[in-house]
Design a protein around this ligand. Structure first.
Ligand code: SAH
Length: 404
């Protein structure tokens, strides 16, 4: 829609649309690639400007780290299955903010193997008499497919999200799928029988392979289960983690807290340079993966706890524990006031804040910088090219030492 004149596209906008259509036929309907019309250098400049503006009251951004090849970077791909108006099976993504499915065969953001696997699954459904779930009636079986690809290892996980646990001729289905894609290393059925917008349910059944994949970042091996968080863009995550650990300036003597630790990535990478690392994470599966990862990487000085990060930190502060460095990597909504208050009580020398939402980062920075911390360094890392999203790492130093 032309919003500037209301009289059809202006010359500039017409060009922009044409370019977008050439790059992606469904861009207009999908809305996922908001920056598709900008060349990559411009995208980086735009993102740098956005972050700089938000962080200006606290400090200066060093720059933004981009990708060499900013396409097909998503190593976790989710497709929703449904039917079009003619009753044909389709798979793709929800149109932003709706439950209307935009059919997608290939996507500029998504790993190409993952897209090919999803297409193959769509082709197999008829011969295996697998019915598509209907959101309106609640009938049918297949709801979503989730594919996770290990960047370094190439291992591939396929999760079939079903309304009920019985997949007809499941072994033959897996055989047929693996015939086309022998690189698939594990297949899992996830049962989601609720009328909810959440993709994954809680019940799982492994039908092929170990039920997880492994990936390597910064020389460490990480275990990834269907429901654990793992960054979707691993090569950029590696750059982000290296920067975060550099910001922490560890000497080997510190007690380090990795809050919102997911599968324990940051803590494990930092462990070799710290005396002791404590990881805290809410998701049970992610904590199990973190514990397994520490064992696999033979890291003895790290412990993981399953808890709400805010409550856990408040307990630590209450118990008078000493923490030198806090890494915090909260979800998009940012951290909680309980967590931030506990940081102020624990008084770590450094807080390394990693954020996937500069707005909540700025909100939390306001609080920390108003209560004894100063932003020392900050850098954007572009984990999500072609979209408006961006990741930021900030280093905060404690300055208000007089404050007891
Ligand atoms: N640091 C990790 C994960 C970051 S994503 C990495 O880089 O891979 C944010 C993580 O915070 C997710 O794993 C999510 O499960 C977890 N989380 C969300 N709310 C939480 C809370 N209240 N307490 C602890 N962890 C939480």
């Amino acid at each position: 829609m032309n919003q500037s004149t209301g009289r059809g596209p202006s010359k500039g906008q017409g060009k922009k649309k044409e370019k977008e259509k050439q790059l992606c036929p469904v861009n207009k309907k999908c809305g996922g690639c908001q920056l598709l019309h900008m060349d990559y250098k411009k995208q980086l400049e735009w993102k740098k400007e956005q972050i700089s503006k938000l962080l200006k009251p606290y400090g200066k951004l060093e720059g933004i780290t981009g990708m060499e090849n900013p396409e097909h970077y998503r190593h976790k791909v989710h497709a929703v299955f449904g039917r079009d108006a003619r009753g044909n099976t389709i798979s793709g993504i929800y149109r932003e903010g709706t439950h209307v499915i935009v059919p997608v065969d290939t996507c500029l953001l998504e790993n190409e193997k993952a897209d090919a696997i999803i297409k193959t699954i769509r082709g197999l459904l008829k011969s295996f008499k697998i019915k598509i779930y209907d959101e309106d009636t609640g009938y049918g079986l297949l709801r979503h497919v989730l594919v996770r690809v290990g960047y370094e290892t190439g291992q591939i996980m396929v999760v079939l999200v079903l309304r009920s646990p019985i997949l007809p001729s499941k072994n033959n289905f897996v055989k047929a799928l693996r015939k086309e894609h022998p690189e698939i290393t594990t297949v899992i059925i996830n049962v989601n029988d609720r009328r909810t917008s959440a993709v994954l349910g809680v019940k799982e059944q492994v039908v092929y392979g170990p039920g997880y994949i492994e990936d390597k970042l910064c020389g460490m091996t990480f275990k990834i289960s269907p429901r654990s968080f793992y960054q979707v863009n691993p090569p950029q995550a590696e750059k982000l983690y290296k920067k975060a650990v550099e910001y922490a300036g560890l000497s080997g003597k510190e007690v380090v807290l990795d809050a919102y630790c997911g599968t324990g990535t940051i803590g494990m990478i930092a462990a070799a340079k710290a005396r002791e690392v404590i990881g805290v994470e809410l998701n049970k599966d992610a904590v199990k993966d973190a514990v397994a990862g520490a064992k696999k990487n033979q890291i003895a000085n790290i412990r993981f706890y399953q808890a709400d990060a805010g409550e856990f930190m408040a307990d630590m502060a209450q118990a008078g524990r000493k923490v030198d460095v806090v890494f915090m990597d909260p979800p998009r909504q940012g951290s909680s006031s309980e967590f931030l208050d506990a940081v102020l009580k624990l008084k770590p020398e450094k807080v390394v804040y990693i954020s996937c939402n500069p707005e909540t980062l700025a909100r939390d920075m306001e609080y920390l910088c108003g209560n004894g911390y100063r932003m020392e360094r900050g850098r954007g890392v572009d984990m999500f090219p072609l979209t408006i999203h961006v990741e930021v790492a900030c280093c905060l130093q404690r300055v208000n030492k007089a404050n007891p």
